[in-house]
Design a protein around this ligand. Structure first.
Ligand code: C5P
Length: 227
């Protein structure tokens, strides 16, 4: 059978990463976390001591980046020059500046190329297909995907989920500590891609009232209807 491409976009805290990963696992597909690529690029730029305001230097560094994505949904990961950075790229010091790197248009052009290569590896018979997840997958990276889905959730729901992830609790103080980070990052990111409204032909699933399992089931049901 032809390799399947499933594109999932959404804002932070929408559950797109954990849901996409589980959907890929259940369907026996690869899982590509494109946010991890931007995070790894940011980690490397910082590590190299490059001034984030120097757009040309940042872009040049990213074009030469030795980046390896592990796309097995049971063991996803990211390496820079052979060094496992999967944990380091989740640190707040990276989350708080990743939008600066990701809004560099030359960085995006480089990532677009690499993401398409990783996704279409399946079309050369290397894998069964791929669930690719990010902000611009349904619109820019893989507009021709078999299934395109925008996964959203209310700001309230997204903040509560992130607060639980980051602080182990969704009490008022944890939600407030999360708000600045998440809301500001989404607003910075939205200058380059629109992941709040589904583009033409993109399915929209609001997971505000759904738990993880229900969201996975809803996505699987939608995929079954289409392919
Ligand atoms: O999904 P995650 O929160 O890990 O993404 C980290 C950052 O990577 C986002 O805040 C955004 O700046 C950038 N990103 C992007 N395009 C994508 C995926 C992520 O610009 N397709």
């Amino acid at each position: 059978a032809r390799p399947l491409v499933i594109a999932v976009d959404g804002p932070s805290g929408s559950g797109k990463s954990s849901v996409s990963r589980e959907v890929a696992r259940r369907l026996g597909l690869e899982y590509l976390d494109t946010g991890a690529m931007y995070r790894a690029a940011t980690w490397s730029v910082v590590e190299a001591g490059i001034d984030l305001a120097d757009a040309a230097a940042v872009a040049e560094h990213v074009r030469n980046l030795d980046l390896t994505m592990a796309t097995d949904p049971t063991a996803p990961g990211v390496r820079v020059a052979g060094h496992d950075v999967s944990a380091a790229i989740r640190e707040t010091r990276i989350s708080s500046i990743v939008s600066k790197v990701a809004t560099n248009l030359d960085v995006r052009a480089e990532m677009l190329k690499r993401q398409r290569d990783l996704i279409t590896a399946g079309r050369n018979g290397t894998h069964q297909g791929c669930v690719a997840e990010g902000r611009d997958i349904t619109t820019v990276v893989a507009p021709d995907a078999d299934v395109r889905l925008l996964l959203t959730a209310s700001e309230e729901a997204r903040l509560a989920r992130r607060a639980k992830e980051l602080h182990g609790s969704a009490d008022a103080a944890s939600v407030e500590a999360t708000r600045d980070q998440i809301v500001r990052r989404d607003s910075d990111d939205s200058t380059v891609s629109n992941f709040e409204v589904a583009a033409d032909g993109v399915m929209h699933l609001d997971s505000s009232a759904l738990d993880f399992e229900q969201t996975v089931d809803a996505v699987l049901a939608a995929i079954t209807r289409i392919v």
